[in-house]
Design a protein around this ligand. Structure first.
Ligand code: NIG
Ligand code: FE
Length: 403
């Protein structure tokens, strides 16, 4: 019996990224049938059951899942080129933040920006990622901090998907820095986040996750605990920026709340890794911020690997610590700077990134999953990690549609 589908992609080598015991989840079949935005079937060239008026010859190129950038802050006003200059004159990221710059500088610019201005600049940044094969982006708020601007940022984030072939997963990051108006009573700000913003975000379904910055220049573990509890009350997932600049035991705390990811983790104590394994938390590595801030403390990759904690990779695209709108560059950095293998890096931007966002239908080429696919003119998947600025997708499908 023949089955009609919307598109058949033939003659491809498939790196499915499934965990099927083969490197890169390589499959022996060479054809993919797409219907209603999903992968209907993966089959061999001799199988004639799948028919479509639209057939694409993949010319023996490699088909991979679309990449997922699971940690960005790409909605923001202004930029921080001035701080880049200050840092080159010797000031640290922490000193700049303590002097009222850093995140607060971007908060001022974001509060002043109209929704349209924010959307226009966010689309430009997201488009850079999309051109490199990204089909899903997590976007955090956190540059508004007051109720209106946080909701404005989350609405802008959602709108990006109306302009580009990409899905957006918005995350509420109210606990990014204590805003200037609350600097003398930070606990009141935490209360405001818990009592007013989280219920509004959940009520309007503007985000599925709540994130925090657990750090001396961010929020204490006790404050993060309150925010996690409020997030859970409102049935939102928990994620956390932890152990980026020091070890405050934020990862352990996040694990206690079943966090879907802990991000940065350069200063993570290997002793805390079993707790992450137990809670099923993904370790999100952000080599762009490590590179850009000229950090020297590397995340405990060997211990994460030994404990089988899934590692994801993301751009952390933001105006302060990682103004890097290139997932492919970040993928190379993850290998060169942190020592991940090319296969680990590709898992980090596909199936592990999906897990870091708690999305079940993306990040692998598999029957029933979203048909977000990229075709690459390469001889082996490792080439996508090995070079910098060498490749762009030869073809791309988002939700089954060529784009
Ligand atoms: O992930 N660590 C906190 N947040 C961002 C930086 C934001 C900024 O500097 O604007 C990060 O690195
Ligand atoms: Fe971040």
């Amino acid at each position: 019996m023949t089955k009609q589908c919307d598109v058949v992609i033939e003659n491809v080598r498939i790196a499915s990224m499934q965990k099927n015991g083969k490197a890169y989840g390589i499959l022996s079949q060479s054809c993919v049938a797409i219907k209603d935005g999903k992968v209907l079937a993966i089959f061999g060239s001799s199988d004639t059951s799948y028919q479509s008026s639209k057939k694409v010859d993949g010319e023996n190129k490699w088909l991979l899942p679309g990449f997922i950038d699971c940690h960005t802050h790409l909605v923001y006003g202004g930029n921080r080129a001035n701080e880049f200059e200050q840092r080159l004159q010797g000031k640290t990221y922490t000193e700049i933040a303590q002097q009222g710059g850093g995140i607060q500088g971007t908060v001022n610019a974001t509060r002043d920006a109209s929704e349209l201005t924010l959307l226009t600049s966010a689309i430009k940044r997201a488009a850079r990622l999309v051109k490199e094969g990204v089909t899903c982006i997590e976007v955090k708020s956190g540059y508004g901090l007051d109720l209106d601007t946080e909701l404005k940022m989350l609405k802008v984030a959602k709108q990006i998907s109306e302009h580009l072939p990409v899905s957006i997963i918005p995350t509420y990051l109210g606990a990014h820095t204590v805003p200037i108006e609350y600097r003398s009573n930070p606990d009141d700000y935490v209360q405001f986040v818990c009592d007013q913003v989280i219920p509004a975000v959940a009520g309007q379904q503007l985000a599925s996750c709540v994130d925090v910055f657990c750090e001396s220049i961010g929020f204490s573990p006790a404050q993060c605990r309150k925010i996690f509890a409020a997030a859970k009350t409102h049935k939102l997932n928990v994620k956390a920026h932890v152990e980026q600049l020091s070890d405050l035991k934020g990862a352990k705390l996040a694990a206690e709340f079943g966090a879907i990811s802990v991000d940065h983790i350069e200063y993570l104590d290997p002793k805390d890794i079993p707790a992450l394994k137990q809670s099923g938390t993904v370790a999100v590595l952000l080599p762009g911020a490590f590179y850009y801030l000229s950090e020297t403390q590397k995340p405990p990759v060997a211990a994460l690997r030994a404990n089988k904690v899934p590692m994801a990779i993301a751009t952390d695209l933001n105006p302060g610590s990682s103004p890097i709108a290139s997932i492919l560059t970040i993928m190379n950095m993850a290998s060169v700077l942190f020592g991940l293998t090319p296969e680990e890096v590709l898992q980090g931007v596909t199936l592990h990134a999906a897990k870091a966002l708690d999305i079940a239908n993306k990040g692998q080429i598999q029957t029933g999953m979203d048909a977000d696919l990229c075709l690459w003119d390469i001889e082996h998947p490792a080439e996508l990690v090995y070079g910098i600025n060498q490749h762009r997708p030869a073809a791309k499908w988002f939700a089954g549609r060529e784009c």
